[in-house]
Design a protein around this ligand. Structure first.
Ligand code: FAD
Length: 405
């Protein structure tokens, strides 16, 4: 292998370039970045960065010198076509890059709100540094904030806006926050805590239109006809994988770019990793699954780099996630999808507790709020048999950290 081209310089694309060099790859690496500036991390954009607790320069994965030292050619460009027959990627600038192996790490974009008035000023999604830079000064001054969607990003932003003194309303079609990601036990505690910060939830509600004056949002109307004042609206209603170039090149698509257990697409010279890749997930009973998280992007990048260096092994990392909301740090190991019972550890009163989720009596996820020890133990337990049963976890005095040993 003498040339690897990577499309997308986000978490997964950057990591595969870095891991290839770390593993001794001496061929050419091109990393195509269609965003301005150096490749950067996104998680702070909906949290610490908006609170001014982290400088822009600290968002970059590495300083500019790293790319020169490591001989990673960072191209500020957009990949527009893949010529699979001749193994070339054509860029918007007209440049054409030859590859022995192509990595698609194109991520995902925000699902648009698509309601009348969504083009008003004061309406934001948060995906890029540019989004966060435009939003940060506005949230400092906003008094009335509406958040559409109570997933991780919506709630992280709600916590920031409440901390900065705004009155915050959260509107969601579901019946509880973070419904797709956490158990109802954990969701209930997060709901209560947000309410204690003054956040008001409107569940089973959509948004029908955004109301404005002189091009600026002033209010929103919900599906039950409620009008909520809003000088600032942030939506976080899911993402859509960036599959255009893969699709046009005829690669297999299934809720993202479809890959096998080795993260290989339907073309043996092309792999896909990160938010865009839909892979057979052991923790989801082998179903093709797309996971949107930093750890997933990084682990997939490492697994791929290792394969390109001659050590192929199927991707089998235990999925894990985190979210920071006010003083609550939630870490999740595993996937709670389809859980049918839970066991709680610790104390909700001190906001240090964990929820163990079981499916048919077997542990499938550990959700830890301000209990990092449980999170680490959970990851280990989930990565190897024998699995923990709900009967064992319910025993008086049970301690996850001791069981793990
Ligand atoms: P991305 O990092 O999105 O990178 C993809 C890149 O490819 C983008 O720069 C895109 O513009 C570029 N691209 C797309 N098409 C092309 C093309 N044709 N040519 C060139 N470039 C292209 N995860 C967590 O685990 N914890 C968190 O707390 C957390 N917080 C988050 C907060 C925010 C605000 C956001 C937006 C995400 C957060 N995430 C978090 C998710 C995490 O950032 C993503 O899962 C991760 O970045 C995925 O990495 P990726 O490389 O697959 O995609």
């Amino acid at each position: 292998l003498s040339s690897v081209v990577i499309v997308g310089a986000g978490q997964a694309g950057f990591q595969v370039a870095a891991s290839l060099r770390q593993g001794g790859f001496s061929g050419h690496i091109s990393l195509i970045n269609n965003e301005p500036g150096l490749p950067y991390q996104r998680p702070p954009l909906s949290k610490a960065y908006l609170l001014g607790k982290i400088a822009t320069s600290n968002l970059a994965f590495r300083p500019e010198a790293f790319f020169d030292q490591q001989q990673i050619e960072l191209l500020q460009d957009d990949a527009i076509t893949i010529d699979r027959q001749n193994r070339h990627v054509v860029l918007a600038s007209g440049k054409s890059l030859q590859y022995d192996h192509l990595v698609l790490a194109t991520g995902a974009h925000n699902r648009p709100l698509s309601v009348p008035g969504d083009d008003l000023q004061g309406v934001f999604g948060i995906k890029t540094l540019a989004d966060a830079d435009a939003l940060a000064p506005r949230v400092k001054d906003a008094r009335n904030v509406v958040v559409i969607g109570s997933g991780f990003i919506g709630l992280e932003f709600a916590a920031v806006a409440a901390a900065l003194g705004a009155s915050v309303h959260v509107v969601d079609l579901g019946d509880r926050p973070m419904a797709r990601a956490v158990s109802s036990d954990m969701a209930a505690v997060f709901r209560q805590t947000h309410e204690s910060w003054g956040v008001q939830f409107h569940f089973h509600q959509g948004v029908t239109r955004l109301i404005g004056e002189n091009g600026q949002i002033t209010a929103i109307e919900t599906t039950d006809g409620k009008v909520l004042p809003a000088e600032l609206l942030v939506y976080g209603i899911g993402v859509i994988p960036n599959i255009t170039i893969a699709n046009e090149a005829g690669l297999a698509i299934e809720n993202g770019i479809k890959v096998d257990a080795n993260l290989l697409t339907s073309d043996p010279h092309i792999s896909a990793i990160g938010d865009v890749a839909c892979f057979p997930c052991i923790q989801n009973e082998g179903e093709h699954t797309r996971i949107e998280s930093v750890p997933n992007a990084m682990e997939q990048a490492r697994t791929l780099a290792s394969r390109l260096l001659g050590n192929a092994k199927p991707f089998d990392a235990v999925p894990w996630f985190w979210t920071d909301q006010g003083n609550l740090k939630l870490q999740i190991a595993g996937l709670s999808t389809g859980y049918d019972s839970t066991v709680r550890l610790g104390s909700e009163a001190t906001q240090q507790f964990s929820v163990l989720c079981f499916r048919k009596g077997q542990l499938v996820a550990v959700e830890s709020c301000n209990r990092p020890g449980d999170h680490l133990a959970g990851k280990k337990i989930l990565s190897r048999p024998p699995e923990l049963t709900s009967a064992e976890a319910s025993a008086p005095g049970f301690d996850l950290k001791i069981w793990e040993l």
